[in-house]
Design a protein around this ligand. Sequence first.
Ligand code: EPU
Length: 422
Amino acid sequence: MDKLVVHGGSTLKGAINISGSKNASLPILAAAILTGEDCIIRRVPDVSDTNYMIQILSALGADVERSSGTVRITCADIMDEAPYELVRRMRASICVMGPLLARKGRAVVSLPGGCVIGDRPVDLHLKGMKALGAKIEMEGGNITLTAPNGLKGAEMDLRGESGPTVLGTDNVMMAATLAEGTTIINSAAAEPEVLDLANFLNSLGAKITGAGTRRIVIEGVKELHGVEHTVIPDRIEAGTFMAAAALVGEGVTLNRVNQEHLTAITQAIVKSGHIVKFNEAGDSCFIQRGENPIGVDLNTSPYPGYPTDMQAQMTALLALTPGISVIKDSIFPQRFMHCAELKRMGADIKTDHGMAIVRGVKELSAAPVMASDLRASAALVLAALKAKGTTEISRLYHIDRGYEHIDEKLLMLGANVERVRV
Ligand code: EPU
């Protein structure tokens, strides 16, 4: 139960490297189940979520080795029941369901519980599996899917009330790689992480076209083989440091980024008056705090829209930006837990029905605050960097789920932070 002690008031300057994407790594690690051959996956961030996924794969019988950012996985022989004790810790463990079902003809996964950012159902995942011919039973909190004669390609629409589903698209895409015939996913998620998974699957020998668009076509193949793959940069980690640089930066360079993936975040930061410059290759950006920052309105939406995973961090920036900003989260309307903590630090925020109305204040003051989820904790770190005094952020394990060595990266940029073991 570490906590982060942030002495506010220092400025950020210099350069850091952005890590590989957590949300691309998780389904890619799970996809290794689809083949009995070696998969070597590079730039897997050292965060607790990827460690949970590796533990789940090991418990399923995979042979896994991790050496810094590189993970080698061999699923020569694999079991079809994912252990509840590990699965319950991370919602993304649901993405072992598709690969297990495709490889083994049976998958038993526990139903993910509620989550602080919203209900997070899996009905669309199951709709997709059913369309592929799986029989689904639920008992004792577990979902058992069976397809003893294999899965069959089908056309389906995976749109839910709030739009497409990222992990649902991933799950069905993985299952369909080994199905007989052609699968068409309409209203598919188009996030870069879905495209990275499709690229990984194609290099395993899958036949997927259209990933990165709303219509994905998968032609089933008989088997897949081993491969090496490098995960895309983490656009949310990059966005978080962009927001930090806009808040307390004196010129920060982020290397190993992907400009295209950062379009919506860049637009929001530039619109609020800051300067963002990419190099010609689009893999490095420089952020300079603007002289006259101004509030902006934001609404989260599926990619290429503004990401829900960058809502909390931008709320922290706007809490300290002159003017009124209206922030709406259409994907997870309950994802405003950070606002209560920001208010304890002096922010002027009113939340109502999936919306936050933020009136920028000149200053925040340090207070003991508690992280409630991954991105909410990042928002608290940002606020604490600017706040007057020393802020203690407890429950740091939330931030360690998805930010690789955040304290070390902040120290490299000149922040005054320390991780304290409690
Ligand atoms: N939804 C349904 N039914 C389903 C699945 C989703 O109604 O079966 C709804 C959700 O309730 C939500 C919307 O669809 O309103 C989108 O949820 P989605 O399924 O896309 O979320 P996810 O795939 O479970 C991933 C990321 C999240 C990110 C969301 C949205 C991973 C491991 N997780 O979750 O990342 O917020 O997409 O972009 O990729 C994070 O990194 O902090 C994080 C929470």
